[in-house]
Structures are given as structure tokens and as C-alpha cells.
Design a protein around this ligand. Structure first.
Ligand SMILES: [Zn+2]
Length: 206
């Protein structure tokens, strides 16, 4: 089960203090076929990153200092941003010219987050963006070698979820051609390929 601890953080960009939360515990109950994790209780994913409500700088916990002195006045919180935090983080990384593979991973996480928060419009937008950035990462040759099998599988799965079955099948097939692919991933790619061949674009629970 998801439990949270409130925390005061200081933004490294604008210097303002805001209220956020960090995770004390989560309850993982499995994964979906696009490798998003499933959890019991409250969606924990918005709490893995933090957004300054004053300037929208978004990052991981270690980028923000803990604020020890709190003025006696109400503080803004980053609670309201929810899964949109992932969009802020991806935009920041794009602005900093980070590896497109890292940006794709942020959108993928945002997509998982939006699903758990039952926001299908945001989920499908993040799905498109995760797909586009992952494709760009392959085109630029910047996907780390050891992560290529999983990344190819995800391209197949993203395409299947979008209903582009022929392209999805090609990517599932390419997973098996990767020498470093783990057996479980090859098995999963063949399983998902069968769904694509039947024109089934539904997400599966593994
Ligand atoms: Zn700030």
C-alpha cells in the first residue's frame, strides 16, 4: 500500500520553499504488458519526482535541498500537478538536450502514472510522446546496447496499443533477433505478437 511522508523542499532554481511528499512505502501487484507497474492503493508515481509550484522546475529528490527553516506562512504544494510533473520533467530534459532515450523513459513513466490516475487523455498523449522519443533514440543510435531488447519490445507494444499491428509485429520479431534478449522477454514478445496478429490492441496484465 502507498504511504507518503510530507517534506519541505527548496527549489535550486528560484530558491523558494514548497510542500511536497515522498514515498514511505508502495504495494506492487504486478505489471502491464507495456511494462508499467501495477500498485494497490494510491498511485505512487506522482511522488517519485517533485515540481516547484513557483517556477515548475521538476526533478528527482536529490536535486532539491531539504528546507529546515520554514517561515510561518502557508506554502504552495506540488500536489496539484499529479502526473503532469512528468511532462515538466521531459520538457526540461529536452531543453537540456538530454539523450532522447532518457526523455522517452520519462514519458513512459508519465503514461504509467496517467493510467493509474485514470486519466486516459493524458495517458494516450504520453503514449504517443514515449513512442516518438523512443523512435528518435533508435534513429540517433543512442539507446544503450543492453537496453535495446526491452526498448524494441516497447516499440512493438506501443504500436499495438495504437492499433498499428503490422509495424508492431516487426518490432516484436526484432526482439528475438537480439542476441542479448532475455528468454522471458522473447517469450513475451511472441505472446504479444499473437495478439497483434488477431488485431487485439487491448492492454494486458501479466
Ligand atoms: Zn522554483
Amino acid at each position: 500500500m502507498t504511504t507518503l511522508i510530507p517534506i519541505h523542499l527548496k527549489c535550486p532554481r528560484c530558491g523558494k520553499v514548497f510542500l511536497s511528499s515522498v514515498l514511505a512505502s508502495t504495494g506492487s501487484i504486478g505489471i502491464y504488458s507495456d511494462l508499467c507497474r501495477r500498485f494497490s492503493g494510491l498511485n505512487p508515481l506522482p511522488y517519485l519526482i517533485h515540481t516547484c509550484p513557483y517556477c515548475t522546475l521538476t526533478g528527482y529528490r536529490d536535486e532539491f535541498a531539504r528546507a529546515s527553516f520554514i517561515e510561518n506562512k502557508p506554502l504552495l504544494s506540488d500536489q496539484e500537478f499529479g502526473c503532469k510533473k512528468y511532462e515538466f520533467l521531459a520538457a526540461r530534459y529536452a531543453n537540456e538536450n538530454k539523450n532522447p532515450y532518457e526523455i522517452a523513459k520519462v514519458y513512459h513513466m508519465g503514461m504509467c502514472c496517467a493510467r493509474l490516475s485514470k486519466d486516459p487523455i493524458l495517458e494516450s498523449r504520453f503514449l504517443m510522446l514515449a513512442f516518438e522519443w523512443l523512435l528518435k533514440a533508435f534513429k540517433e543510435g543512442v539507446v544503450p546496447e543492453k537496453e535495446k531488447p526491452v526498448a524494441l519490445y516497447l516499440l512493438g507494444e506501443f504500436l499495438r496499443l495504437m492499433g498499428k499491428f503490422d509495424n508492431a509485429i516487426e518490432y516484436y520479431q526484432s526482439v528475438a533477433n537480439q542476441k542479448s534478449a532475455d528468454d522471458w522477454l522473447v517469450d513475451l514478445a511472441f505472446k504479444q505478437m499473437k495478439f497483434a496478429k488477431k488485431g487485439d490492441r487491448k492492454l494486458k496484465e501479466l
